[in-house]
Design a protein around this ligand. Structure first.
Ligand code: SIN
Ligand code: FE2
Length: 218
């Protein structure tokens, strides 16, 4: 059989869902229509809980700047990684997760095969040119029953998606504004990271990439 099926179709009409591994999919452009609304939500959250560079348990300052919204926020300091109901910088609860964030995360999870996802934590990551995130697992959550939903906004980046061991070969997945990656089930604990972001200018975010990572932390 040939690919006659796709002949004459624009590239944009090709399937937008790309499997990465068992339980993991890339949803190309899934958040494109909501990009500006999501970024307005990010701005509102950051006005209450500004971005900061967390310190790792090993004493290093993370190059990715972070904040959170939702009932729980992911934080790191010399005592370890954890989820906290309040912002350690202000002592106040994290700003509530905007409805548009929750709805998008649930819709993306559903498209990835995970019905009923109700995230209680949204980590906001800001990458400036040269910023990277080294290979890691997301394993500070209370259980691994729910997927991770990761939304890319602004400048492009190369996402590394590996396997259950740090030494497993990682796929290089180019992500652009509006792309969403969902991983759960058999790939929930797969190693992942982001290569250094290249310099650039995006009409909605300027010189940076913003990533929203939704989790069910408890
Ligand atoms: C993360 O692993 O927390 C972020 C991934 C990304 O920025 O794409
Ligand atoms: Fe992660």
């Amino acid at each position: 059989m040939t690919l006659d099926l796709f002949e004459g179709l624009e590239e944009s009409a090709l399937p937008a869902m790309q499997p990465l591994a068992a339980g993991a999919v890339l949803l190309r452009g899934f958040a494109l229509a909501q990009g500006a609304q999501l970024l307005a939500g990010v701005e509102a959250v950051l006005a209450q809980a500004p971005l900061r560079h967390l310190i790792t348990p090993g004493g290093f300052r993370m190059s990715v700047a972070m904040s959170n919204c939702g009932a729980l926020g992911w934080v790191s300091d010399l005592s370890g990684y954890r989820y906290d109901a309040s912002d350690p910088d202000s002592g106040r609860p994290w700003p509530p997760m905007p409805a548009a964030f929750r709805e998008l995360a649930a819709a993306a999870a559903r498209a990835g095969g995970f019905e009923g996802f109700a995230p209680d934590a949204c980590l906001i990551n800001r990458y400036e040119a040269g910023t990277r995130l080294s290979l890691h697992q997301d394993r500070d959550e209370g259980n691994y029953d729910w997927p991770i939903v990761s939304v890319s906004l602004g400048l492009p980046a190369v996402f590394l998606f590996g396997g259950p061991k740090r030494s497993d070969k990682a796929q290089r997945v180019p992500l652009t504004h509006g792309d969403v990656v969902v991983w759960g089930g058999a790939s929930r604990l797969h190693y992942h990271g982001v290569l250094p972001v290249k310099e650039g200018e995006h009409p909605l975010t300027g010189a940076c990439r913003i990533n929203l990572t939704f989790r069910k932390a408890r």
